[in-house]
Write a protein that binds this ligand. Structure first.
Ligand SMILES: [Mg+2]
Length: 190
């Protein structure tokens, strides 16, 4: 967490393309294609300085379609994090989750389903108790009964699938314009 700030127990779930960086119909295929949306680093830094942890949740079907690998995606996310931190040193991603599945697979972990949000909550909770992240079983949907209080958590996305995933998970959401990204809804969030 930023200096002098302790975690408030809530999570800001952020979609990636159209929220943090500029999206593309042809996907973001390598680190050189990453272009930040104006003020997204400052917005993420602000949210973390308010005490939230940040979990990026992004659908990445090019992996499931066989176009490229999760290693390539890891390099893209490394570049994205580096560019964001250059503008705001508090704007760490606490966790980045991606769904590799193709749309026709109907995966629970692909938005508009809430699997990534469910996993993110449990991973961040466990890691906050033990940073070494002991082995444990992730629970999904009706199998996850003992849920923590997420009444102050929220999701930011530019598309309807993000809003539906948030609603299925049971948290509020803010829909930003893809050309503005998260900074366009920051005032609403605050
Ligand atoms: Mg998006």
């Amino acid at each position: 967490m930023p200096e002098g700030v302790s975690w408030n127990g809530s999570i800001a779930f952020l979609d990636r393309d159209g929220v943090i960086n500029i999206g593309s119909e042809n996907y973001i295929n390598n680190p050189d294609e990453v272009e930040l949306l104006p003020n997204s680093p400052k917005s993420i830094g602000t949210i973390r300085r308010m005490g939230y942890r940040v979990c990026v949740v992004t659908n990445q079907s090019p992996i499931g379609r066989g176009l490229w690998t999760s290693k390539n995606l890891a390099e893209i996310h490394e570049r994205l994090q580096q560019m964001v931190l250059e503008e705001d040193s508090d704007a760490h991603f606490d966790l980045v989750l991606h769904s590799p599945y193709a749309p026709w697979e109907g995966a629970w972990a692909r938005k508009p389903f809430p699997g990534m949000l469910e996993a993110g909550r449990q991973l961040i909770d466990k890691a906050s108790i033990d940073p070494n992240l002991p082995d444990f079983e992730l629970l999904y949907g009706d199998d996850w009964l003992d849920r923590p209080d997420d009444s102050n958590s929220f999701m930011v996305g530019d598309r309807q699938v993000d809003i539906i995933a948030a609603s299925r998970y049971g948290i509020k959401s803010y829909q930003c314009k893809p050309e503005e990204g998260i900074s366009g809804v920051l005032e609403e969030i605050l």
